[in-house]
Design a protein around this ligand. Structure first.
Ligand code: GLC
Ligand code: GLC
Length: 668
């Protein structure tokens, strides 16, 4: 439901009488109806299709209207934009490929299909993984072998020449980067993935366009209509006022959030790189234009759109311009329009912000799924400290989500690690958040004594002491160090750490997301500095090219620890994924923490439909003990079996966990 419930109260106190906003909504739709009829007639639309549209419109219109009215109702031309938005949605439905309309019809009845334990995700860059979209089709067998059912392709649309922020500086949302292929290649890939049971996730980079997008070019040519698509200012007066309350996201790129444009001789709002121009959503033309792009992208065969940089899409003077209430209204409006025109489409939130703000984007009215940056950061925190207290504290009040939504649990992605845990959660445990972040930064850059990690700093801010961490899972978990030191012991520990972390993302509730390359222990690649378009951005250290030659010797001795390290990682992860899929208790989000009295052991119960599973994980390199009684009371039984190894345990004895060992225990 929309937050502003107060406006729904009938003004005259009569039960059931529509409130003023609902009356406005009804009247507007009545007035717009003839426009819709004209469109249907012009398009010679099938009656069955228009009927389906009308049913959904009737259901969602009142809320959509209210959202748009909140956002744009004070504009003199509100009604014009309302009409345009409605017609855009109607056209989108008519032109939607029939195969996707069938998917829509199916998913309306199973809106939380993504909560299943059978869903396992992967993310990759097309060029780095397989050169192009055509060749990526040939990797479908590989994804199936690993057990993936969800694939996020990093941005693959046309980009500006030179630095393009890994695809996030888009110059045309309707054409694929020619180096990767064509829109038809994308459509073909989506079809083949679907046939193989793999859903497709693409980015909706809607906070900004590249400086060479047609809209930005038109702005540069001096066309006012397009200058109004962005935040453009003739002098520093207004930027300086905004700047007083803004954070700097990329301080090593440029100080502040605005970039001087020589051609226009004006300042442009650029939250990220100077060539990424923030769109101005206070202008309804921008909303409608991006809506069209969204429908276009959805129709290539996308199941979920990753809403990039969601936190930044609404700006107001005197605020941080992050996570503002109207950012939520905007996403809800996009969501409503998807419900009407592309109902199977899901949104995934990319809000790498304070945990209190992360959850605000998650609901079936907004983003149904969301990155879980707090879990990600705290898993790394636990690995460094060998203690799970901060993780447990955070999980205790932050894991639960609204119905029909899910976390996307990941360890690494194409971006950095920021220590976005809550300071108060830390303080409650006597941890000073500032000092702790300093420690974590030193630890993960390998500067802390005996650190096993080999990460590198990203966006170090000398003024604030702030820093984020870049590096691959394997390098951060100790494999790079083990190889440097040629140490079989370190190698074994690194392997255990990687699998321990994967074990948690595979079991804690939500969609596990593997950043491809993790499955064989991809290390940092320091050669990015040779490419001038990449040298300034250390995140490229964890975006290496896929090394297929490493995978030639995979063999089929599942679970073996004596083969190559890559083989061990791959086979162990593959096995864990397939075991996950066999455990109905891992469906959904329900999770209860189990207190063990042991500061190194994370233990929780997962349950669903009468199935129960206890996960126990040792975050230290020393053996740990759990009393059998803990298991007995949480698992309601006396004999348990680990689903991964088949080993059995009795609660009359203590449970001994090896270094970094994890167990998935169910009653036998
Ligand atoms: C998102 C992306 C990141 C990019 C930024 C700007 O945070 O994940 O890679 O730099 O948006 O588009
Ligand atoms: C974006 C950036 C990421 C940064 C975050 C900060 O997600 O990609 O690097 O940490 O914003 O809010």
């Amino acid at each position: 439901m929309i937050e502003s419930n107060h406006r729904r109260t009938p003004s005259n106190g009569a039960v059931g009488a529509p409130n003023p906003i609902q009356l406005k909504a009804e009247l507007s739709l009545k007035r717009l109806q003839p426009r819709l009829e004209t469109l249907w007639a012009a398009e010679q639309a099938d009656e069955k299709l228009t009927h389906e549209f009308d049913v959904r419109l009737a259901e969602h219109w009142p809320e959509l209207f209210e959202l748009l009215f909140d956002l744009y109702g004070n504009r003199y031309d509100f009604f014009y934009h309302l009409e345009q938005i409605l017609l855009t949605a109607a056209t989108a439905w008519l032109h939607r490929p029939e195969s996707l309309r069938n998917l829509d019809r199916q998913r309306i009845n199973e809106p939380d299909w993504f909560s299943s334990e059978k869903v396992v995700g992967g993310a990759l860059y097309v060029d780095l993984f397989s050169d192009n979209l055509g060749q990526l089709r040939e990797s479908i067998g590989y994804f199936k072998e690993l057990g993936l059912t969800y694939l996020h392709l990093m941005p693959l649309f046309a980009v500006r020449p030179g630095d393009n922020d890994g695809g996030y500086a888009i110059s045309n949302y309707r054409s694929v980067d020619p180096r990767l292929g064509t829109i038809d290649d994308l459509r073909l890939l989506a079809d083949e993935l679907r046939a193989a049971g793999i859903t497709l996730v693409l980015d909706f980079v809607f906070n900004h366009t590249s400086d060479d997008h047609l809209w930005a070019q038109s702005a540069q040519a001096g066309i006012q209509e397009y200058q109004d698509f962005y935040y453009i200012f003739p002098d520093r007066r207004i930027p300086d006022q905004y700047e007083k309350t803004l954070r700097e996201i990329f301080p090593t790129v440029r100080r502040g959030n605005f970039t001087w444009h020589d051609g226009m001789e004006q300042w442009v709002w650029t939250t990220f790189n100077s060539f990424q121009w923030d769109l101005n959503y206070s202008n309804p033309s921008v909303f409608r234009a991006m809506l069209e792009e969204m429908f276009f992208i959805a129709d290539t065969g996308v199941d979920a759109l990753r809403l990039d940089a969601v936190a930044f899409i609404w700006k107001e003077m005197g605020t941080s311009c992050e996570n503002l209430p109207k950012a939520h209204l905007l996403i809800r409006a996009f969501n409503k329009l998807a419900r009407i025109a592309t109902p199977s489409l899901l949104f995934k939130s990319e809000a790498i912000v304070h945990p209190d703000d992360v959850v605000k984007y998650i609901s079936d009215e907004e983003c149904q799924i969301s990155y879980n940056p707090t879990l990600m950061a705290l898993l790394w925190e636990s690995l460094a400290t060998r203690k799970v207290d901060l993780l447990v504290r955070s999980l205790s009040h932050r894991h639960e989500l609204p119905k029909q939504t899910a976390w996307v649990n990941y360890l690494r992605c194409h971006d950095d690690i920021g220590w976005t845990f809550d300071d108060a959660d830390a303080a409650a445990l006597g941890i000073n958040a500032y000092d702790h972040r300093q420690f974590l930064n030193r630890f993960y850059t390998g500067q802390f004594p005996n650190s096993f990690a080999r990460g590198v700093p990203f966006q170090e801010n000398i003024e604030t002491g702030d820093m984020r961490i870049a590096g691959t899972l394997a390098s951060l978990a100790g494999l790079e160090l083990a190889i440097e030191q040629d140490s079989p012991e370190q190698r074994d520990l690194a392997l255990r750490r990687m699998l321990l972390l994967q074990n948690i993302t595979l079991s804690i509730g939500g969609i596990p997301l593997i950043y491809l390359g993790e499955e064989w222990g991809m290390l940092n690649d320091y050669d990015f500095v040779m490419d001038p378009a990449k040298a300034g951005d250390t995140r490229w250290v964890h975006r290496p090219k896929m090394q297929w030659e490493f995978l030639k010797d995979l063999g089929d001795d599942v679970g073996s620890r004596d083969g190559s390290i890559r083989k061990s990682i791959f086979r162990s992860l593959q096995r864990m994924i397939s075991v996950r899929k066999s455990l109905p208790a891992l469906s959904g989000q329900a999770m209860e923490l189990v207190s063990t009295g042991n500061p190194h052991v994370l233990c929780f119960l997962r349950y669903h439909d009468g199935h129960r599973l206890i996960v126990a994980a040792n975050f230290s390199e020393f053996p740990q003990t759990l009393t059998g009684n803990v298991l007995r009371t949480a698992g309601l039984g006396r004999f348990f079996q680990d689903a991964i190894t088949g080993e059995t345990f009795r609660t009359s004895e203590d449970l001994h966990l090896q270094p970094y060992q994890y167990l998935w225990l169910s009653r036998v």
